[in-house]
Write a protein that binds this ligand. Structure first.
Ligand SMILES: [Zn+2]
Length: 258
């Protein structure tokens, strides 16, 4: 698909998803509270039916949104026939970064042509676009450092812990409205954990950027993010903060580069 068009579609989808999340939380809470106070009996329209359909739509959209947002890269890779390439140069660089990070785990490093980004798996495999890795070695190392940081056990644990802490008010509300029928409470629960999940994911990205900057140099991490911003556009998603925010966060943390 045309790159600009897909970026616009993506941003539209993110906006829509946010509206659905907030809309579901507000409408279900109002619905539940109006029943509790008997006010609902005097309403002229069938709220449960309306709610059921919005929640169904929300559920479907949520799955789609995730497929595009999180799974976007993962799915396209799963079906892509682009082979992963081994490179002794990349492996050497990657292993040096792992050593610098003080990790004992064995990582595998692979190149892919046309990937235009990078990802890593819990099985300690880091895959990076060939151009990103090779055009500017310093920036390539910063991206590798970012991915390595994602696979550090303490990083994963803190992300999970943060998600649970951010979710406390949501869990309290879910428990309080626990008497709602499943068709309503299921999408309600999903909607209520979306933002805590987003905050935890965003924390994970900022933290991995910091790790990349620490392992490969602050200028390199910022340079890599700038290059990705030019390549992919600058927008938020539920899993990633926009590049400009990530750059600003690094500059704040390490001080502006001169
Ligand atoms: Zn990341």
């Amino acid at each position: 698909m045309n790159k600009k068009l897909s970026a616009q579609l993506f941003q539209f989808g993110y906006k829509l998803l946010r509206i659905l999340v907030v809309g579901t939380i507000i409408s279900v809470t109002v619905f539940a509270e109006s029943i509790r106070s008997q006010f609902y009996l005097h309403l002229p329209f069938p709220i449960p039916t309306i709610l059921l359909y919005t929640s169904l739509g929300f559920g479907i959209y949520l799955v789609m949104g995730f497929a595009v947002d999180m799974g976007g890269t993962a799915l396209s890779l799963l079906f892509s026939r682009i082979p992963e390439l081994e490179s002794s140069d990349l492996t050497q660089r990657g292993e040096e970064l792992v050593r610098r990070a003080g990790l004992r785990n064995r990582f595998r490093f692979r190149l892919k042509i046309g990937l235009q980004s990078a990802y890593s798996t819990p099985r300690k495999k880091v895959v990076i676009d060939q151009d990103l890795a090779m055009t500017n070695v310093g920036q390539g190392d910063a991206i590798l450092g970012h991915e390595i940081t994602h696979q550090v056990p303490s990083h994963a644990r803190e992300k999970m812990l943060r998600f649970l802490i951010y979710s406390i008010p949501s869990f309290a509300l879910i428990f309080y409205e626990g008497w709602l029928p499943l068709t309503v409470s299921f999408p309600y629960t999903l909607a209520l954990v979306m933002y805590p999940m987003k905050w935890a994911f965003h924390w994970g990205e900022y933290n991995a950027d910091e790790g990349g900057a620490w392992l490969a140099g602050q200028e390199n991490m910022i340079g890599a993010l700038m290059a990705l911003q030019i390549e992919n556009g600058d927008y938020d998603s539920f899993t990633h903060p926009r590049f400009s925010k990530r750059i600003r966060k690094l500059q704040k943390k390490f001080g502006q580069a001169h």
